[in-house]
Write a protein that binds this ligand. Structure first.
Ligand code: ADP
Ligand code: MG
Length: 393
C-alpha cells in the first residue's frame, strides 16, 4: 500500500480531532454514526461535517450509508494517527521511501531529528485474506474493519514486546525503539534478506549461526514459526539478524514440535538449494550444544532444554498478556497454514472466519482503552495525546 504523507502536513488540529473521534467511536461501532463523531469531537458550529468531508477527500475515512450515515477509519487514517503520535513524541521527524512489503505489513524508512534512519513497520493483518472473507461471510463484513485494526495493533504490540525481550537476551534482532497502534519503530538492519543473497563467503558458518539461533530460541522457550530466507537479514560481514516476530509461539504450544521442525526444515532446504550444502557432517557449533541430532543432522526438538521460559515472565511484564497471545495465535495460525499452502483462498477463508469470535471483538475495548488518546488540546491548540500508561503500558 502506498503511503503518501503529504497530506499530514496540511491537516489541522480539527482534522486530527475528528479523526481521533472516529477512532474512539470504533471502540464499539463498526461504522461510527456521524452524530456520534460530532458529539465526541465537539467542534463548534457544526464544524465536524466540513472536516469529515476533508478527511474523506484524503481517503483517511470511509463513508458508509448502507444502514445509517457513518464513517470508519481506513488503514491510511490509522497510519496517520500512529505517525502523528510518534512524531509528537519526537521518535522521528519524517517518512521516507518504502523498503519492504511483507505479506501483512508495509515497511518504510523514517528519519529522526539527528538524521538517523530507522525502520517503521505498519502492520496490516488480514490484508491478504480480507477479500475472500468479505465476499462470503456476512457477519465478518460487519466486524471486519475493526478486527483488522485490533489485530494489526495486537501484532504490533506483540512484535515490539518480543523484539525487546529478544534484544535483552542478546539475540541478533533490530533494536525496538517505540510502538503505537499498529506501528513499530525499530533500528534499520544493514544488508539484505537472505533470499536476495546469491553468494556467501562462508555458507557453512552462516548456516550454523542460523540453525544455532533456532536452537537457542527454543532453549529460551520460543519458536519463531516463520524462520525463512525472507526473515533473516545478512550484512556484508555475513552477520545474521532475524526479524518479523508476530507469529512466534511458546515451546508449550500444542503444535510446537511441528513449528520447530518446519523452521529447521526451511533453513536446511534453502541452504541445500541455494548454496549446495550437503549436511553430511554435523556442524561443529551445533555439535557443541547439548542437543541431539537425528540421522539427517537435524536438531531434535525433544532434546532441547526448555528451562528459561522468558516468554511468560518478560512478556507479561511488557504488557503483552496471555490473552493477547491467545487472540493473535487464533488468527495467525490460520495465516501460517495458509502460507504453507501458498495462498489457497478457501483455506485462508476457513482459517480466518472460523477463528474470529466475540473475544476478539471484546478485546478491542480493553486495548483501545489502554492507549486511546484523550482529546485535550495543548497550548498551541494541537490535539494532545494522553501518554499516561495504564497497567498494560
Ligand atoms: P512481514 O511480517 O510482512 O513479512 P517483515 O518484518 O518480514 O514483514 O518485513 C518485510 C521486509 O521488510 C523484510 O523482508 C525486509 O526486507 C524489510 N525489513 C523489515 N524490517 C526491517 C528492518 N528493521 N531493517 C531493514 N529492512 C527491514
Ligand atoms: Mg517477513
Amino acid at each position: 500500500m502506498k503511503l503518501n504523507v503529504d497530506a499530514l502536513r496540511y491537516l489541522s488540529k480539527d482534522d486530527f480531532r475528528v479523526l481521533t473521534a472516529v477512532e474512539m467511536g470504533m471502540r464499539n461501532h463498526e461504522i461510527v454514526p456521524s452524530e456520534l463523531v460530532d458529539r465526541i469531537a465537539s467542534l463548534k458550529h457544526g464544524g465536524t461535517y466540513k472536516v469529515l468531508k476533508n478527511l474523506l477527500k484524503h481517503k483517511l475515512l470511509h463513508h458508509d450509508s448502507s444502514k445509517y450515515d457513518g464513517f470508519r477509519l481506513t488503514y491510511l487514517g490509522y497510519d496517520f494517527l500512529a505517525i502523528k503520535t510518534l512524531v509528537n513524541r519526537g521518535v522521528f521527524v519524517s517518512v521516507g521511501r518504502q523498503i519492504g512489503v511483507g505479506k501483512e505489513s508495509d515497511i518504510f524508512e523514517v528519519a529522526t531529528e539527528d538524521g538517523t534512519i530507522l525502520a517503521m513497520k505498519l502492520h496490516r493483518l488480514g490484508r491478504v485474506s480480507f477479500r475472500a472473507v468479505k465476499s462470503k461471510r456476512d457477519y465478518l463484513r460487519h466486524r471486519s474493519s475493526f478486527n483488522w485494526l485490533y489485530l494489526s495493533r495486537l501484532a504490533a504490540v506483540k512484535e515490539f514486546a518480543f523484539m525487546k525481550a529478544l534484544e535483552e537476551h542478546s539475540f541478533p534482532v533490530p533494536n525496538a525503539v517505540d510502538c503505537n497502534r499498529h506501528c513499530v519503530i525499530m533500528s534499520l538492519v544493514q544488508g539484505f534478506p537472505l533470499v536476495q543473497v546469491k553468494q556467501l563467503q562462508n555458507p557453512e558458518m552462516v548456516f550454523e549461526r542460523i540453525i544455532g539461533l533456532v536452537i537457542r530460541l527454543a532453549e529460551h522457550g520460543l519458536i519463531h514459526c516463520d524462520f525463512n530466507e525472507f526473515n533473516i537479514m545478512i550484512d556484508d560481514d555475513e552477520k545474521v539478524t532475524m526479524i518479523d516476530f508476530p507469529q512466534m509461539v511458546s515451546v508449550d504450544h500444542r503444535n510446537a514440535q511441528m513449528y520447530f521442525d518446519r523452521d529447521v526444515e526451511c533453513v536446511f532446504k534453502f541452504f541445500r538449494k541455494r548454496f549446495n550444502l550437503s549436511f553430511q557432517e554435523i556442524p561443529d557449533d551445533i555439535d557443541d550444544a547439548e542437543v541431539d541430532m537425528d540421522e539427517s543432522g537435524r536438531p531434535c526438538f525433544s532434546s532441547i532444554a526448555k528451562g528459561f521460559g522468558f516468554l511468560d515472565k518478560d512478556l507479561a511484564a511488557s504488557g503483552f498478556t496471555r490473552k493477547d497471545q491467545e487472540d493473535i495465535e487464533k488468527f495467525i495460525e490460520g495465516g501460517v497454514e495458509k502460507d504453507a499452502d501458498s495462498g489457497d483462498e478457501e483455506n485462508e477463508d476457513g482459517g480466518l472466519a472460523s477463528e474470529l469470535n466475540e473475544s476478539d471483538i471484546s478485546g478491542v475495548d480493553s486495548l483501545h482503552l489502554v492507549e486511546q488518546p484523550t482529546l485535550n488540546c495543548d497550548a498551541e491548540g494541537r490535539v494532545e495525546e494522553n501518554e499516561q500508561k495504564t497497567e498494560a503500558g
